[in-house]
Ligand binder design. Sequence first.
Ligand SMILES: [Zn+2]
Ligand SMILES: [Zn+2]
Length: 115
Amino acid sequence: MAGLKARERRERARRDPSLIKEHGSAVAYSYWLCRCETCTRGNRDRQREQLATRSARAERARQDPSLIKEHGSVTAYSYWGCRCDECRSANTLRCRRWRETGTKTVMDLNDTEEI
Ligand SMILES: [Zn+2]
Ligand SMILES: [Zn+2]
């Protein structure tokens, strides 16, 4: 559903380019899905910045471990970038649980079809 909406937005922007106020902005790239040179470069710069912010944050947490309140939480793993045993195994578990739930749904559907 979200994919369809995104496609509609892109079509609209293609038909009426004046909708995009500022090329190279996050809105032009993520909302209007413009992939012109300026927007692609802008997105690349933002990603690089984000990566820098994230590694700076991880560095901060390394220097002051008290910043991480709860190891094994999503916040510790994703926000602070902590990769201690507890955070890593909690993340693996989260991924596995998500995968298992997804697989289970498919299996249930197959069972119903066989009957
Ligand atoms: Zn653009
Ligand atoms: Zn941790």
